[in-house]
Ligand binder design. Structure first.
Ligand code: ATP
Length: 328
């Protein structure tokens, strides 16, 4: 095996936390240890680089964390890292510890920060996509998405039980920022009659037609899943408009919120995180930089960070069609 391009690396988790970040951290630390690369964990994202919050990590530092949600390194949104002075401080600390490689586990904001830092100071950087939103190009799934999706599905299943008992219409908001992946897939998986996502042009008229169809089909209760980034309006506005259009309906709104971020990662997320954490270290050793590691069609791929943050995974139009056909 050729000589590694890095000798001492840092790993950090940044931006919104996601289930599986710990599994990714474990994979980074243990892969580094296997290949005799020194590894430091940095607490609270980029803030830890600025505040010199580095801890040497070895295989035992990451014991028993593969099952845990959240991130033991903690995450943060660092305003100071957005300034040139903040990044200079971060670089000086890296220099002090002799760091020549960096693994950043986070979302697109994290990757933007990592890219700027790499361009300014040259420390090799690999991004690992960890966000429940699944809004990163260059990987079929991001770490945390599968767990969040299952959490949303289980919550909507429970809401369906009460909706059915009372003949109610429920509007359920799920997370995903500007992306509708959680909404589309949890809506399909729970048999929602309507799915409102920012990637398609929705209208109140169309939504009303859906309710009329459901009524004609004899449905007394229904679920409509709404993505948090839905462009038609807030879930409360949509529910209010529906109440005006259908005064006899018993309408409720449920915003699932942060329960979707927590919990023990699913098997799929643990496996994905383990593969990507391993891939990040192998990539650095191979001399790769300013790249994100992802899985596409079950193969490990490296995508330029620039591309990963600028492009978007398209919503599968077939899924929309299938959900409409199956919700009659
Ligand atoms: P999620 O998508 O789950 O919210 P994220 O990684 O996109 O995760 P952000 O808060 O957008 O979360 O970004 C994380 C951090 O990355 C920011 O708090 C900031 O410190 C850093 N960052 C983002 N954009 C830049 C930038 N242009 N320059 C320097 N640092 C940046």
């Amino acid at each position: 095996m050729k000589e590694s391009a890095v000798k001492k690396i840092v790993v950090l988790t940044s931006g919104g936390d996601a289930p599986g970040m710990n599994a990714a951290l474990r994979a980074v630390v243990r892969t580094a240890s296997h290949y005799k690369i020194e590894c430091y964990g940095v607490r609270e994202g980029f803030n830890g680089l600025i505040n010199d919050d580095f801890t040497k990590m070895g295989p035992r530092s990451v014991k028993n964390i593969i099952t845990e949600g959240g991130t033991i390194l903690k995450s943060a949104r660092s305003l100071e890292f957005k300034t040139a002075a903040g990044r200079k401080k971060a670089f000086e600390n890296c220099q002090k510890h002799g760091i020549d490689g960096m693994v950043c586990i986070g979302g697109d904001g994290t990757f933007r920060g990592a890219k700027v830092f790499n361009e300014e100071f040259g420390i090799k950087t690999i991004g690992v996509p960890g966000t429940i939103d699944n809004d990163i190009f260059g990987t079929d799934n991001t770490i945390g998405y599968d767990t969040a999706l299952n959490t949303a599905m289980e919550a909507i299943d429970k809401i369906r039980d009460t909706a059915t008992s009372h003949n109610r219409i429920f509007f359920v908001e799920v997370m995903g920022r500007d992306a509708g992946f959680i909404a589309l897939n949890s809506g399909l998986a729970t048999g929602a009659i309507g799915i409102l996502i920012p990637e398609k042009k929705d209208s109140i008229e169309e939504l009303f037609a859906t309710f009329e169809r459901a009524e004609k089909a004899g449905k007394a209760s229904s679920i409509v899943v709404v993505a948090e980034g839905e462009k038609l309006g807030s879930i409360y506005d949509i529910a209010k408009a529906t109440q005006t259009g259908f005064p006899s309906y018993d309408i409720r709104v449920a915003v699932l919120g942060h329960i979707q971020r927590g919990g023990s990662p699913s098997c799929a997320d643990r496996v994905l995180a383990s593969r990507l954490g391993y891939g990040a270290v192998i990539g650095l050793m191979d001399g790769k930089t300013n790249m994100m590691v992802g899985m596409k069609s079950n193969r490990m791929v490296y995508t330029a960070i620039d591309e990963a943050v600028k492009k978007h995974n398209e919503i599968d139009q077939d899924l929309l069609k299938i959900s409409e056909i199956l919700s009659i």
